[in-house]
Design a protein around this ligand. Structure first.
Ligand SMILES: [Zn+2]
Length: 155
């Protein structure tokens, strides 16, 4: 990850042995998550993906993950609807905070947003502490992050 650039933009800060989100960025991201959660998800996704609201499909899969489609286009897959809110909020917040954002490719943006979710410490749904489950891995090989209180899967 582009830690130096993110640090310069006050998005993350390096402690002795870790990289963490700054309180300011965390609050801005959190505020954006709250704003999105007050909206209709299909509507905000339609405007985010520049798709027609009527064609938006948010489908829950048997394993609990969620697939978003517009008509026949597969727009993405997330471990939960809460993760969708967190990612779109991160995208919008980074766009505002990160000067280098415009220079990133679509793939770089997606991976940055997905990595940012690993920095979430409190559940966006219920504010409980999140736990990393070393025993359960995602298909990408990172430990699952799940809320023990409301069972929302974030990663
Ligand atoms: Zn929760």
């Amino acid at each position: 990850m582009v830690v130096a650039a993110l640090t310069a933009a006050d998005i993350v800060t390096e402690t002795a042995d870790d990289v963490v989100l700054t309180d300011e960025f965390r609050a801005a991201w959190r505020g954006e998550i709250d704003r999105l959660q007050a909206l209709d998800r299909a509507s905000y996704l339609a405007s985010f993906f520049e798709a027609d609201r009527e064609t938006m499909r948010i489908e829950k899969n048997p394993d609990g993950s969620v697939t978003v489609r517009a008509d026949r286009d597969h727009l993405g897959e997330w471990p939960s609807t809460m993760a969708i809110d967190a990612d779109v909020a991160a995208f919008l917040t980074l766009q505002e905070w990160f000067p280098e954002w415009d220079e990133l490719t679509g793939g770089e943006r997606d991976s940055l947003v997905a990595q940012l979710r690993l920095f979430l410490e409190a559940c966006p749904a219920c504010e409980a502490d999140l736990t990393m489950e070393e025993s359960a891995m995602t298909p990408e090989g990172v430990p699952r992050v799940r809320c023990a209180d409301c069972d929302t899967t974030l990663v």
